[in-house]
Design a protein. Sequence first.
Length: 102
Amino acid sequence: GRYAGTFPAAIGNGFVSRTGTSVKLIDIQDDTKIQTTQTVPVGYHPKSRSVIILDGGLRIQPADDPGFVMKTPEDNVLLVSSADFNDLAGILGQGSQLLVRE
C-alpha cells in the first residue's frame, strides 16, 4: 500500500540532495534495550538507540528534544520526533521506498 504523511523534521544536506528521488529501506533498528557485555556508567545514554537505515547511507533518527527542528543534523540524517519515528517504524516494512520531498 501507499502512505503519505508530513511531519516536522530537521533535514541533513544528504536528504536535501536526494529531493525528488526514492530511497529504499534497508533496516529498522529499535534498540530500546541496550545489550552489551561491557560495563557502562549509570545514566549512560548513547546518542541514538533507534534508527531507520536507508539506501545511500541515509538514516532517520528520533529526537527527544522538542526543539530538534532548530538543529542542523549530520548530512545523512533526518531527525523526527520520537512519536513520528515510532509511527514510521510501524508503517515501513521490507521493500519500502521513501520518496524524498521538500
